[in-house]
Design a protein around this ligand. Structure first.
Ligand code: ARG
Length: 564
């Protein structure tokens, strides 16, 4: 039962000239509890109903009556709804205890496939702290869509093609040593790359050598391919280690190189549609009408570009997955690129252009300044994860030295903390990565939420009796209990809206709210020091909380240890 919807239906039946959907859009959640659980503003009715908004609100109040509503009051032009606590408690707890970890899931996505392009690392380049954003946001989105019944496909669109590989091949030929590289692949390859760039900055002719190598790669020259394949293999081995730590998987690793073979198909359609134009020897598609610079399809030497390969890739994704949405989780720096991609695909006559979505996010920086890969000053994600695990282990040694599986818990908490911080902020905002915040057990952090879950779990274990929804709901009547129940009740809505807005941080915020209200409840209400009936009722609420925190963490890709 969706209370907002029920309220909207009631209001609609009062013939106020608004549809249920319109009412749903204007229903608000008041800033504080004294003003009720839901509020309906009457301003916009004044014109059609030819009455002052206050009067309309007053009339509505006197005519509304429903089982789940404890009270309706108007404050000026607002109709404020107070939900009956007992009703809400029963509704919520029954639902959670019967659905368990599927609470809030749905079938709304049945038969629809969603492609999510995330992480999309570049071969032979470091997997650095900046990549945390796309990797973790994309994975969370995949989990959220899947929970709502969509068929999801996670794609790591490998950056394994482009002139930079010409540079690497040239550098390898000049200085490369197989054994040295095998010992520390990414660091060595990065060194080669940086050194060659420096050389080429002084002497342009080195760039020609690099370009020649890239052409060899394009022409599938045996030697070029062999070295490139090896670069790819050793890079992926490194990346996989990090993905394993993060508990993140992909359905496909088909990247730029793989899709470059479909570029001729793109060019053929563009030619047929008369969209290509020659400009300074390059083949371009003009986008003047959208105030955008042209998309360069083929460079003067005939090679494809990043956008051309993305067009080819989008076409293949449509063929393979018949997607309902094709989502790219990529930094805001590439916003223009994705706008151009959409427009070109649209001009080509593909009606699925509007199913392309760029989920953009801001920069992550470290307290000691921004990140820069260009000159080799990088912070490897793997190092950050390991440091987090180590520090967590130190904290556990201090707080709870007798904990079983310390190492395992330190991993769950250390990694969870990093993911949580990443998913806490609205994704479009830049943020500064700070150790103090990440591992704070009392702030709005992963460890805090995980700790709340472990606390609920230990209560359940101490109680030891069966827990069910067959309880006296009138017992759950303190403000702390009401607040917690309201937060649990809202969970399915939060998940759905997070999916619609493509904003996992809404779930992160919600799980913090659930945890905070749970801890308030825990600190003020006697849970196990009470009568049998009270214990039974309160433990049903504890168990509902435990289930909800765990499933929300799960949607964020964060584990919930049983003990901490
Ligand atoms: N590899 C690219 C980069 O690191 C991101 C690729 C994003 N996906 C895409 N289909 N363009 O910037």
């Amino acid at each position: 039962m969706d209370l907002r919807l029920e309220i909207a239906k009631i209001l609609e039946s009062k013939e106020i000239g608004m549809s249920v959907d319109e009412i749903l859009l204007s229903l608000e959640t008041p800033p504080n509890k004294d003003m009720g659980d839901f509020a309906f503003p009457c301003f916009r009715l004044a014109k059609t109903m030819r009455k002052a908004p206050n009067m309309i609100a007053e009339d509505l109040v006197s005519s509304i009556d429903a089982e789940f509503i404890k009270e309706v009051k108007n404050v000026g032009p607002y109709v404020n709804f107070y939900i009956d606590n007992e009703f809400l408690a029963k509704l919520t707890i029954e639902e959670i205890l019967s659905k368990k970890e599927r609470y809030g899931s749905s079938e709304m996505g049945k038969g629809k496939s969603v492609v999510i392009d995330y992480s999309s690392t570049n071969i032979a380049k470091p997997f650095h702290i900046g990549h945390i954003r796309s990797t973790v946001q994309g994975d969370a989105l995949k989990r959220i869509f899947r929970f709502l019944g969509y068929d999801t496909y996670g794609i790591n669109y490998l950056g394994d093609y482009g002139t930079q590989f010409g540079i690497l091949l040239a550098a390898y030929e000049k200085w490369g040593d197989k054994d040295t590289i095998n010992q520390d692949p990414i660091k060595e390859l990065l060194k080669l790359y940086v050194a060659y760039n420096e050389l080429a900055e002084e002497d342009e002719s080195y760039m020609d050598v690099a370009r020649a190598w890239f052409r060899k790669l394009e022409a599938e020259d045996e030697k070029a391919l062999e070295i490139w394949n090896w670069f790819k293999e050793i890079s992926l081995k490194e990346f996989d280690r990090v993905y394993k730590m993060l508990d993140i998987e992909f359905d496909s690793y088909d990247g730029e190189y793989y899709h470059s073979k479909f570029v001729p198909e793109v060019v053929e359609i563009l030619e047929k549609e008369n969209l290509l134009e020659l400009s300074e020897d390059a083949q371009i598609v003009r986008l003047d009408e959208f105030d955008m610079p042209p998309a360069i399809i083929l460079k003067r030497d005939g090679s494809s570009t990043y956008i051309t390969r993305d067009i080819a890739t989008a076409m293949k994704r449509m063929e393979n997955y018949n997607f309902y949405k094709n989502i790219y989780v990529v930094a805001t720096q590439q916003s223009l690129h994705f706008k151009q991609l959409k427009k070109v695909v649209d001009k080509m006559g593909f009606d699925w252009a509007n199913k392309i979505e760029h989920v953009a996010f801001g920069m992550v920086s470290l307290t000691d300044g921004t990140l820069s890969t260009r000159h080799g000053r990088v912070v490897f994600l793997e190092d950050v994860l390991n440091k987090s695990i180590e520090q967590t282990l130190d904290i556990i040694e201090k707080r709870n030295p007798n904990l079983e599986n310390k190492e395992q818990v330190a991993k769950q908490v250390g990694i969870g903390a990093i993911k949580f911080q990443e998913l806490f902020n609205n994704r479009i905002k830049d943020y500064v990565f700070s150790w103090d915040e990440v591992l704070n057990f009392d702030g709005e952090t992963g460890p805090y939420v995980q700790y709340s879950h472990a606390r609920a779990n230990s209560l359940v274990n101490r109680y030891g009796e069966d827990i069910d929804a067959n309880i006296d709901y009138s017992i759950l009547s303190t403000p702390e209990e009401n607040e917690l129940i309201m937060n649990l009740y809202k969970t399915p809505d939060v998940i759905r809206v997070a999916m619609e807005k493509l904003e996992p941080s809404m779930i992160t915020r919600a799980v913090v709210e659930v945890s905070k209200s749970f801890n308030k409840f825990y600190n003020t209400v006697n849970i196990l020091n009470s009568s049998k009936e009270e214990q039974k009722a309160r433990m049903a609420l504890v168990e509902s909380t435990r289930i909800t925190i765990k499933l929300l963490l799960n949607l964020l890709g964060i584990q919930a240890p049983e003990k901490m």
